[in-house]
Design a protein around this ligand. Structure first.
Ligand code: AMP
Length: 361
């Protein structure tokens, strides 16, 4: 059989998920001469309007998966709640997925994710697996009476999470998250939230972007500033964490790792996303090769690109009707506006982002 990688321009890349990440991946793939087929359950998705082809079907639709496997040289995903079994089905059909099933499965369950980090010597908050209110009471007794309860699966942007303020709150807290299997985490007294975006290529080479510093509002990322000011030791820890996770997962593609910085500069991992990440959008205008192109390069078996920052960037998400200010934003001389083409601006919905650039000092 002819060698598949590096993929030649003109090859077809499959993307599971048609949101803004899929759209920006598709744009990057197009720049390198690739075509993209998107599989997305919703019609008229942001990615579908730039992709060569869209299959509108559930992620586990057998016909759609057959078509993807038959027509795509590699398949990736932009959405981490794609059922992990879908990647297994694709493999059975002869398709190659990157990242593979294991990173996706690990990231989908907060307990497996924390176990994975611990097994690989990467520090996290103290945690306790929760099947019911009794476990919350046991966990709280280890954590000084207060903890953050999160559903094990399908939580994102702060959804499915609640603070538990004491044993008397255990029953109510379990109900607040929908009475689902959960994880109780000790409160991390962080001074900052940072993230590192990194990539691993098909031959195991790794490239890390400079750190981003992140601000959230109501659980949703609002702003990233990058490169974040950080000590040499903090930066080294972040690279070691990213490298440790990427190697242990035998990962191919871009990963986003969310970190808590403690007062002494030590880092704990919060979670990882097995995909391009919102806190990496600054790279679109701040780096020689942005995270989307980097992901395409990695999964296509191309050399990874340079990750050095060319400018200081402040990335701000445009939520809900904030994107209506596109004219004013477009007239700011040092701003670059990215709009996702979503038809409806529901409150809090990510409609776009703006990167404001200043020269590096
Ligand atoms: P997550 O969905 O895990 O990314 O959590 C959303 C946000 O909740 C994070 O960005 C933090 O601001 C906060 N958070 C999550 N876990 C903890 C924790 N163990 N201690 C303190 N704050 C947390």
């Amino acid at each position: 059989m002819a060698q598949r990688f590096p993929l030649k321009p003109g090859s077809m890349i499959g993307v599971l998920g048609g949101g803004q990440l899929g759209r920006m991946l598709t744009l990057a793939a197009g720049r390198l001469g690739f075509d993209v087929t998107v599989l997305e359950p919703e019609p008229d998705s942001p990615a579908s309007r730039v992709a060569a082809r869209t299959l509108v079907a559930p992620y586990d639709d057998p016909e759609a998966l057959k078509t993807l496997a038959a027509t795509c040289d590699v398949v990736t995903f932009e959405f981490e709640n794609v059922p992990a079994a879908v990647l297994h089905q694709l493999k059975t059909l002869g398709a190659l997925a990157a990242p593979g099933r294991q990173p996706l499965a690990v990231a989908q369950d907060r307990v497996s994710e924390k176990d994975f980090f611990r097994e690989n010597g990467i520090e996290t908050a103290d945690f306790y697996a929760v099947a019911g209110p009794g476990d919350i009471v046991s966990g709280l007794s280890r954590m000084g009476g207060r903890g953050l309860l999160k559903t094990r699966r399908e939580g994102y942007d702060g959804k499915g999470q609640t603070w538990v303020e004491g044993a008397s709150d255990a029953d109510a807290a379990f109900q607040r998250i929908g009475a689902k299997p959960a994880i109780l985490e000790a409160r991390v007294p962080f001074v900052r939230e940072l993230s590192v975006i990194a990539a691993r290529g098909r031959t195991g080479e790794i490239a890390c972007y400079p750190l981003g510093e992140n601000w959230h509002e109501d659980g949703v990322l609002r702003r990233t500033v990058a490169p974040a000011e950080a000590s040499e030791s903090t930066r080294e820890q972040a690279v070691a964490i990213a490298r440790g996770a990427l190697d242990a997962l035998d990962y191919v593609g871009v990963i986003g790792v969310e970190l808590f910085e403690l007062a002494n500069g030590d880092l704990l991992v919060n979670e990882f996303a097995p995909r391009v990440h919102n806190s990496g959008h600054w790279t679109l205008d701040g780096c020689e090769v942005d995270q989307f192109e980097q992901h395409v390069r990695a999964i296509a078996g191309w050399p990874l690109g340079k990750t050095d920052a060319l400018a200081q960037v402040e990335m701000t998400n445009l939520l809900g009707d904030e994107a209506d200010d596109w004219q004013a934003l477009a007239s700011e001389p040092n701003a670059r506006v990215w709009l996702y083409g979503k038809r409806e601006a529901r409150p809090g919905r990510k409609m776009g982002h703006v990167n404001r650039l200043t020269p590096l000092v």
